[in-house]
Design a protein around this ligand. Structure first.
Ligand code: NAP
Length: 292
């Protein structure tokens, strides 16, 4: 009798604490209502374009940022035809100080910015010492400095309105220290730690922060001269490891306000846990053939 009562008691405490955790997490983010904007960097292809398509369908007005003006305009034209939302394009190189400043200024000016997606990024292949310093500093600017400055531009108004969300697109690479990807892994780890710390800072103030950590995703990311001439065996990467950008976006938006770190796909969630069990040198050697 006593053990039955203890079991019920423990069950009730576990249930209550899970319910409290869930209601706290769900309470942080309230979805946008009415005339609100979303700003997306790297919106000219891949995951960023998928965010743009999904958010336009959800009736957000959009600020689309990337370098390729024509691509942005094509996507803006397509989405304005399909949905009655306002779409603004801002061609900018977010590895460049003055362009980051222009993007930050426009983001700060937007009335009712509900969502900022810091997504622009690129990969490199090869040893740090063998690559130009510029490509590495561009990556650090694009993956770390630009998201930090755009977040700084967006966050005060979100906090004042007690409504908004920021998604920082990192990678499963954030959980590894991969040879040939030093700056990539480090900058993606920056985005995860930055998001985790920010989410604690803004807890209970109506703003949700997420580090989105996709694994292999079918986009233009690997379609560069560097990847194709590197001898990486990406085409042989098993099909089950790949996701579509639309699947990644669905996972992200579903998890927003519930989880700070969102890793789309069960296999990717397992992969991200490997460093807890396997020495990083061993993982690095095994993973050297690939680059995410
Ligand atoms: N695909 C994957 O397997 C994978 C896996 C994990 C994480 N990710 C991350 O997902 C994010 C999106 O990548 P994706 O897979 O969608 O690749 P993608 O199709 O190549 O898209 C990258 C986007 O970033 C923009 N971009 C690149 N450099 C920029 C710069 N200097 N200034 C402004 N915009 C810039 C590109 O636009 P412009 O060229 O027009 O500037 C493009 O819109 C990246 O942060 C990437 O690290 C991708």
């Amino acid at each position: 009798m006593r053990s039955w009562a203890t079991g019920v008691g423990v069950g009730a405490v576990v249930w209550a604490s899970l319910a409290l955790r869930r209601s706290r997490a769900e309470g942080t983010y309230r979805p946008a209502a009415g005339e609100t904007w979303a700003a997306i960097t790297g919106a000219s292809s891949g995951i960023g374009a998928a965010f743009a398509r999904r958010l336009a369908a959800d009736r957000y007005h959009l600020l689309l940022i990337a370098r390729r003006r024509e691509r942005l305009e094509q996507i803006a034209a397509e989405l304005s035809r399909q949905h009655s939302v306002q779409i603004e394009t801002l061609p900018a190189d977010l590895a460049c100080d003055t362009d980051i400043a222009r993007a930050a200024q426009r983001i700060g000016e937007l009335d009712r910015l509900a969502l900022l997606v810091n997504n622009a990024g690129f990969g490199t292949v090869g040893a740090f010492a063998g690559m130009t310093a510029t490509i590495q500093t561009d990556m650090i600017r694009l993956h770390a400095e630009a998201p930090a400055r755009l977040t700084r531009a967006a966050l005060p108004a979100m906090l004042a309105r007690r409504q908004g969300a920021i998604i920082n697109v990192a990678s499963t690479a954030a959980f590894f220290a991969l040879p040939g990807n030093a700056a990539y892994c480090a900058t993606k780890r920056f985005l995860v730690t930055f998001s985790e710390a920010l989410s604690v800072e803004v807890a209970g103030q109506g703003v949700a922060i997420q580090a989105l950590c996709p694994g292999f995703t079918r986009t233009e990311f690997h379609a560069t001269e560097q990847f194709s001439s590197s001898g990486k065996r990406l085409p042989q990467t098993p099909a089950f490891l790949w996701m579509t950008p639309e699947e990644v976006v669905t996972c992200s938006l579903r998890a927003l306000g519930r989880k700070v770190i969102c890793i789309p796909g069960a296999v990717n969630r397992l992969i991200a846990r490997l460093p807890a069990f396997i020495p990083s040198g061993m993982i690095g050697r095994a993973a050297n053939a690939f680059a995410v």
